[in-house]
Ligand binder design. Structure first.
Ligand code: SF4
Length: 227
């Protein structure tokens, strides 16, 4: 069984598959608690019904959309992710898995979209120590990068210069990372903030051959669920 916060169809709004029509399956539950989490209904206050893999596959396979994005929450913490991904692969779907890169699994996946969480994600309060000791898993990151087609997507506040230094240290630990697979995405939930911060990231990307990505779904639909 998998707890499902939401299933919706849209276009991918972030990263190297931006614009690709996709069915998004958001699993509810996460091993982190980011301070700025934009899907608290899948982490801080997980919600949604439990559904069997068979039930989910019958809905997803019937969709005319070829690509499925399995997101969260943190999809990689759930054992039933493996039969779900395999069932989608068997049905001819392509699959992105969006993960924070703290757990490794071997499964069917066409793009492992890894978004390691930086120190800017750490909350105050009860979850602080657990989040801080879990978010940084360099050995898992190395496994994911060597096993999968991947992108490394970092949520960055360019007004806090420490983020870039932290990313550089993390990449050095991760080993052989293609800089063209490193994407910076500005932190923010309004178009105004996102584009202002994106402009500040341009020279950072140029200097390092990293890529810049925005959050197109925020421009198109605002910061709303189901988009
Ligand atoms: S890893 Fe993702 S879902 Fe989990 S708390 Fe952080 S932003 Fe939210």
């Amino acid at each position: 069984m998998l707890r499902i916060a939401e299933i919706f169809t849209s276009v991918q709004g972030e990263g190297s598959w931006i614009g690709v029509p996709s069915t998004f399956v958001r699993l509810s539950g996460c091993n982190l608690r980011c301070r700025w989490c934009d899907t608290p209904y899948a982490s801080w206050k997980p919600e949604g019904p439990n559904r069997s893999v068979e039930d989910l596959l019958s809905e997803l396979v019937a969709s005319p959309v070829d690509h499925v994005v399995i997101t969260g929450g943190e999809p990689m913490i759930f054992d039933d992710l493996e039969p779900l991904a395999q069932g989608l692969r068997d049905a001819g779907k392509t699959i992105t898995i969006e993960t924070a890169g703290t757990v490794f699994r071997t499964l069917a996946c066409d793009l492992m979209s890894i978004s390691p969480k930086l120190a800017n994600s750490t909350p105050e309060g009860d979850w602080r120590d657990r989040h801080e000791s879990t978010r940084h898993q360099p050995a898992v990151l190395r496994q994911l990068i060597s096993r999968y087609e991947y992108q490394l997507k970092f949520v960055v506040d360019p007004e806090v210069g420490a983020d870039v230094l932290e990313i550089e240290a993390l990449l050095a630990e991760a080993g052989s990372v293609d800089p063209h697979r490193v994407l910076l995405m500005p932190e923010g939930i309004s178009s105004e903030d996102l584009w202002r911060r994106a402009k500040l990231l341009v020279p950072v990307c140029i200097e390092r051959n990293w890529r810049l990505t925005s959050r197109m779904h925020v421009d198109l639909f605002g910061n709303r669920r189901g988009t």
